[in-house]
Design a protein. Sequence first.
Length: 301
Amino acid sequence: MSKIQREKKRHVFSFKSRFSKAACAVVAAFVITTGSVAYAMKAEDIKIIISKITGIQQAKVLTVGKMISNKDYQLKVHEIVTDSSLGYIVISVEALSESSKESFESYRYSNYETPTVGSAKGISELEDYREPYIRYYKIYLLGRSKLNQYEHDGILQFSLRGIDTPIEVSLSPTIDRIDMDITEDTTNGYQYQFKKLYLSELGLSFEAIDTKTNVMEYDYKIELLFNDGTKELLLQKKNEVSDHGNLLGGWSGNSGPDTNGNYYADRFIPFSKTIPLDTINKVIINDIEFDIDRPQETDHN
């Protein structure tokens, strides 16, 4: 599975969110608001934005601080939290020149300015953190596919119009992720044979083979069983029609043939909220239960 051709279909974001503050162009928006309080940003506050808006422990958020600029704008990458497949990034754009300040009201940071590893991402402005000439953006990463070959594998790039050399930020994980090999046959009544599962408090990702057996009623079904005995549907695909529960934050992925003639598929499925791993008892894939072997908590900073 390591040598995958770059020929693929990209799935556009299909977001289901409790939040609806603004929409962004091109792919989709995944907007998390911080309430009605406006924050006047100070240097010591910048490193805790993700913790405030997501509830993720501050120790799991990497403070980056890299920046680039031209005569008109300065871009700074402040924070990143990722399990190498899913994550959040906070950046800011500051208007520097008089002309850029005059037009800053209509400024929007574009997806086109953020080449990224993986399938897709959403960008939304953190309006509660807006200053007169500084805007903060949260980039929602649905990310790194181990099935695809990219020139800058494992690296995020950030730039601005008019700047040739981008900021590069590693996708090294800041939080723990469980990686599971799937050896059981998960195709009984389903079209997808799962091969790999990745799980963190941010969400779930998987690698699978699409058997292309059109007689199957369901593509795949993923559920979570919690320690208190409750079971919730995460995402179910049935004849390309999806159904989901409240824990789904969105999904995206890639499909395409590999060098062995198999038709691979990967999916990135963020949760609508962070879910502590110690509350999940099992992941149920195509009606087969998989116990969660939780890793030791590690400080990645």
